[in-house]
Write a protein that binds this ligand. Structure first.
Ligand code: GLY
Ligand code: MN
Ligand code: MN
Length: 436
């Protein structure tokens, strides 16, 4: 991502904060895995969105109108020994020269410098409640200023959630962001194709996972956007199954939910296909039903329609289908009203997608489902999961779990499916697997 993109975002943020106010965002921290080993570092998405700075132990401060510079970065000082062991880090010099900070200070001097920046400001915007250390420090700094009130210094009187501004900005993807999302989507789609081609009975779920991760890393995408779900047979009925250690059986379906991250932007794809390469009759019927539900949901994805329309469409198609196939009994309207479908379809149609796989952004505005707008990206992922011990349905349906998930960009006239590279019709999946 170009530095100019981060600069544009900071400018927008400054305008929305307004002069006389201040905003603070902390970086993510390193977390110890054991002794001298850390978990892989993943920057805080809000922090990265505004700074492009990929180090822990940093705090970004935004002070609109400050004459000596509006954007201040507190970070680690350059340490030659650290650089030798752990690799490069930017130091104060790099913070200003590479990352366009107007001013940079050592993170160790935070307590000395920050109260001065907060003095006489009215509102403090910050990610309320999501970083306990920052929450605590902020109150300490404010108390520190209050103690000086007799010298005429005024402490900020309002704490405001920065999410109100920042997450609304993150919800609408720019051309630069879409380039990264398209790449994450394309590489992830190809990884799913590879998984379909290499699947055969007798392999273990982790061997399919290895195919997928290999393709991600081989293309330079070294992080998954979330732990991959590789669920053969009834494992697919556990929504967040990630053990990935069962043997794949002839006659079962395989559900794969996997996506890569490209420079902090996620893809999120699910496909479900027969391990043998051919669906049996019952699998075909349920699979086609989920696909029809996705088609119906996608028809509701365009500017001006409420977020919930796609969910309602999927519920209607799935409930009618479950009635037709005999898994539910009763009247369509009443089954929907009583949410009887929830025993087989217990999640919603999707979620915003962006830097976080379940991305930020409000789904409702003043109690009403918000209207879709161009530039938003979301997933469309209906599913059916028939519990293995579900006595109320015929045995042939039990233990089948199916989800079909695509990533969708809302365009001015409708939508664009970013993950259309992976087949999903029964005929296309079977053809691809037979040809392998
Ligand atoms: N992979 C998580 C989800 O589909 O929401
Ligand atoms: Mn999803
Ligand atoms: Mn998913």
């Amino acid at each position: 991502m170009k530095q100019s993109e981060f600069k544009k975002r900071r400018k927008q943020l400054m305008q929305r904060i307004g002069e006389g106010n201040i905003a603070l965002i902390a970086s993510a921290s390193m977390h110890a895995r054991n002794r001298d080993v850390n978990y892989p570092f993943r920057q805080d998405s809000d922090f990265y969105y505004l700074t492009g700075f990929n180090e822990p132990d940093a705090l970004a401060v935004f002070v609109p109108g400050r004459t000596r510079g509006e954007y201040i970065l507190f970070c680690r000082e350059f340490d030659a020994k650290k650089a030798l062991w752990e690799g490069a880090h930017s130091g104060l010099e790099g913070a200003t020269s590479h990352y366009d900070a107007d001013d940079a200070f050592p993170i160790d001097d935070l307590d000395d410098i920050l109260p001065g920046l907060l003095e006489n400001k009215t509102k403090v915007f910050y990610p309320m409640g999501s970083n306990l250390e920052l929450d605590h420090n902020l109150l300490e700094w404010i108390n520190h200023i209050r103690n000086q009130s007799r010298s005429g210094i005024i402490a900020p009187g309002e704490l405001v959630s920065i999410a109100l501004i920042l997450h609304e900005m993150r919800l609408f993807k720019s051309t630069e962001e879409l380039k990264l999302m398209r790449r994450a989507a394309e590489i992830s789609a190809l990884a799913h194709i590879k998984a379909m081609k290499s699947c055969k009975p007798g392999l273990y779920e982790y061997q399919i996972e290895a195919e997928i991760i290999h393709h991600f890393i081989d293309n330079g995408l070294r992080s998954v956007a979330y732990p991959s779900i590789i669920a053969g047979g009834k494992n697919a009925c556990t929504l967040h199954y990630t053990e990935n250690n069962s043997k794949l059986k002839n006659g079962d379906l395989l559900l794969i939910d996997a996506g890569a991250e490209c420079d902090h932007y996620a893809a999120d794809i699910t496909r479900t296909f027969p391990i043998s390469g051919r669906f049996n009759e019952a699998q075909k019927q349920l699979y086609q039903l989920v696909l029809d539900a996705q088609t119906a949901a996608l028809e509701q994805i365009k500017p001006g329609l409420p977020w919930n329309s796609a969910h309602d469409a999927s519920v209607e198609v799935l409930t009618q289908g479950l009635l037709d196939l005999g898994l539910l009994k009763g009247k369509l309207k009443k089954l929907i009203k009583d949410e009887k479908y929830k025993q087989f379809y217990m999640h919603r149609i999707g979620h915003w997608l962006g830097m976080d796989v379940h991305d930020v952004g409000d789904y409702k505005i003043k109690d009403k489902w918000r209207l879709l707008e161009a530039g938003m990206v979301l997933t469309v992922e209906p599913g059916l999961y028939i519990p293995p011990d579900c006595k109320s349905v015929d045995e042939k349906w039990r233990g089948i779990g199916i989800r079909i998930e695509d990533d969708v960009l809302i365009t001015p006239t409708g939508h664009e499916i970013l993950t259309s590279g992976v087949p999903k019709s029964i005929a296309d999946i079977e053809a691809l697997m037979q040809a392998a």
